[in-house]
Design a protein around this ligand. Structure first.
Ligand code: ADP
Ligand code: MG
Length: 689
């Protein structure tokens, strides 16, 4: 059926086919997998008196009165009364003269629509309606599916197409790609049954189960989709294990010298992940390890130790950060630690142009530069390494799977691929990580270094802004530094930058004598870096910023942070922002300057952030409130987007899907390609190694 084009269906001409193609639907199989986003219950009439605000319902009644109101917008108003005496107003803004004429008083109408509160009574705006003959038809049996659509495709068209596809399915039976041995123990229905139930819910199906995607038919498809992802990532992993990588054992001398020079001992958690990484690098297969650790957990020193191991073994190391600013900060840290060991890191940044750039590239290509620090520009083809042994990628959520792949192309002379260490401060619960990063090994730093003074977080309504400004004044007078974060007010970077500029202006006015800096996304990278460098050097007291400072910036003397409109941010993001303070020994504060009134959910979420300073705990609770898609966004899930499954809601399917994937790869290799094509289609960037 996957070979059968949609054009083979009745009423699908070039126009419809083109519209379907916009949604990625080309074959009859694609159509079958185009699932309803919701369902409507038109199986029974609701008395008007029983209607609930905000719900959708099927009602029936007589037109009492119909009139055209001129007002601000011309509209047709129809008042409808049912047998129980309930009354509701139907309102149409687009209507023809014939339509208006057909709605004479006394006409019996059946309507379906959303119930809203109008100025005087309940209303339905543009309900679907039908004039009924006196005796009336039966209500429509079962639930009516509503399909995600695109312009020019009506729901009726969808239903017609799906009917045809289902009929074909009954005749041809598409390949059920999950072997019985895999599906049986889960007690889930077969593929055809599941698809049929979703498109044409049986009478006894519960609307709630369907809407919340708990119905076994949904679970069946979610399980298949998760399995397909696992198959794809596992296959990638198997392919990696066939590639060779240099054995980077090292003699430990440089590492010992760094550890002796550090002003602190590694925490137990750091020690553990250092050992995990060291063991990986000593193997002739490329390491693919994800290092997770909360903000401030000390990932940088772990990265430095890994780098030294590769350098000891005589190989080059690349360290990549998502922004130039962060790469510069890494450069600073690494220089402080490594110059005494005789290692001079080389920085490659956008600002290196012309002759200077050529020289740096030459140093990398000749192997004169042993440790290179930069942004993902290091992925570019112009950057050729002599013998790259290890690539370290910081703040992974900005790097997608395909970038990980690209890096592997930077092989050395013998065709060996570099080891990869990917670091992220975005805590992802383990089961979710297993779904998103099944091609990676996981290491977790689960404890902060000792001696951190905790951050106290307080929520303050913006009506008390003056007191907050006062507080900034006090902190800065005592020699501390502070951040003032302006958050996205509209989904527009331009407006956000404007707001930050305005805030900086006001604060300069309100805080005479303080040195106030400003950074936002519209500044040139060099300007932004200059301001950040001034702040880091203590030449600015207060830094007004947009969320560009979210990741990685380390200024231990900053102990106060104000976040405006925190209710607009995700919890993970708030936590990341807040992680900019609490890095020194003095007690730090984070003030959440919110705008009242807060919604119930917003209050709950700010409550979580005040109560907890653990990134993992916050992430778990945020996921429970908002779901994976919203929390992680496409940026963090990289190429992976799910159609039916939700890696959080369907967590309990993760482990079975992993087992199913292993079984399929081993015993049913013929199912691998069709399964991946069905669920990942053209989005499968990996697997072709
Ligand atoms: P992140 O994991 O967010 O990248 P960093 O590596 O920037 O964290 O570390 C935060 C701070 O903690 C740095 O100033 C670092 O020197 C310090 N640090 C790292 N490990 C330890 C430790 N074991 N004991 C004390 N301080 C540490
Ligand atoms: Mg860091």
């Amino acid at each position: 059926m996957d070979g059968l084009p949609v054009e083979s269906l009745k009423r699908v001409g070039p126009r419809v086919a083109e519209r379907l193609a916009k949604l990625g639907i080309r074959s009859v199989q694609d159509l079958l997998f185009h699932l309803p986003i919701r369902y409507q219950d038109r199986s029974r009439l609701t008395p008007i008196a029983d209607l609930r605000l905000g719900s959708e319902a099927l009602i029936q009644g007589f037109v009492e009165d119909a009139s055209i109101a001129m007002g601000r917008r011309r509209s047709l108003k129809v008042s409808l009364v049912d047998a129980g005496g309930g009354r509701i107003l139907l309102r149409f803004f687009h209507f023809s003269r014939q339509q208006a004429a057909a709605l004479q008083s006394g006409t019996l109408l059946r309507c379906y629509g959303e119930v809203r509160q109008g100025p005087v009574s309940l209303e339905m705006i543009h309900p679907e309606y039908r004039v009924q003959s006196e005796d009336g038809d039966e209500a429509e049996p079962g639930l009516t599916p509503i399909y995600p659509s695109t312009e020019g495709l009506q729901q009726a068209t969808w239903r017609g197409l799906i009917e045809q596809a289902l009929a074909l399915m009954e005749r041809l039976r598409p390949l059920d790609l999950l072997p019985r041995a895999v599906i049986g123990p889960q007690g889930l229905p077969g593929l055809c049954e599941a698809l049929r139930d979703l498109h044409r819910p049986p009478l006894e199906a519960s609307l709630e189960d369907l809407l919340e995607r708990r119905h076994p038919a949904f679970v069946r498809l979610a399980f298949e989709e998760l399995t397909a992802h696992q198959v794809s990532l596992r296959r990638l992993r198997l392919a990696q294990q066939r590639i060779s990588a240099p054995i980077l054992e090292g003699d430990g001398r440089l590492r010992a010298r760094l550890r002796a020079a550090l002003p602190f001992e590694l925490t137990e958690a750091q020690g553990r992940v250092v050992r995990e990484i060291a063991a990986d690098m000593a193997r002739p297969r490329p390491m693919q390890r994800l290092l997770q650790g909360d903000v401030g957990s000390g990932k940088t020193v772990v990265a430095a130790l890994a780098a030294l191991q590769a350098l000891e073994a005589g190989f080059q190391v690349a360290l990549m950060a998502p922004t130039e600013l962060l790469s510069e900060q890494h450069l600073r840290n690494l220089r402080a630690w490594l110059l005494p060991l005789g290692i001079e890191p080389l920085w490659l940044a956008g600002r290196h142009k012309g002759q200077e750039r050529a020289e740096r590239l030459e140093a990398i290509a000749s192997g004169a530069a042993r440790l290179v620090v930069g942004t993902h520009a290091l992925f570019q083809d112009e950057v050729v390494f002599q013998d790259l042994g290890l690539a370290i990628i910081d703040e992974q959520h900005r790097f997608g799977v395909h970038q990980r792949m690209k890096l592997r192309e930077k092989r050395d002379g013998e065709g060996a691929a570099p080891h990869q260490l990917i670091m992220t401060a975005t805590p992802i619960p383990r089961s979710l990580a297993m779904t998103l990063y099944a091609d990676l090994d996981l290491s977790v730093i689960d404890a902060l270094p000792p001696g951190r003074s905790p951050i106290t977080t307080i929520a303050v309504p913006d009506t008390r802004r003056d007191e907050v400004v006062e507080r900034v004044m006090l902190a800065c007078r005592q020699g501390r530094q502070a951040y003032w974060v302006c958050t996205l007010i509209e989904e527009s970077e331009a407006l956000e930058c404007q707001a930050a500029e305005e805030t900086a202006r006001q604060l300069r006015e309100g805080l005479p004598g303080l040195r106030v800096g400003l950074v936002h996304g519209r500044l040139k990278a060099t300007e932004r870096d200059a301001v950040m460098a001034d702040f880091a050097a203590g030449e600015l007291d207060l830094l007004v910023a947009t969320t560009v400072i979210e990741v990685g910036v380390d200024v231990p003397n900053a102990s106060l942070m104000i976040i405006e409109n925190p209710e607009r941010l995700g919890l993970a993001q708030l936590h990341q922002l807040r992680g900019r303070v609490g890095r020194g020994a003095v007690e730090s504060h984070c003030l959440l300057l919110y705008h009242a009134p807060l919604s119930q959910i917003a209050r709950e979420r700010l409550g979580i952030i005040r109560a907890s300073t653990s990134g993992f705990e916050i992430a778990e609770r945020d996921l429970a409130i908002r779901g994976a898609g919203e929390v992680l966004g496409t940026r963090q899930t990289g190429a992976i987007q799910f159609r039916v499954a939700d890696p959080v809601r369907d967590q309990r399917l993760t482990a079975p899907a992993q087992r199913a994937a292993d079984r399929i790869l081993e015993h049913h290799p013929e199912a691998v390609d069709p399964l991946i094509a069905r669920w990942l289609g053209a989005r499968e960037l990996y697997g072709q190694v």
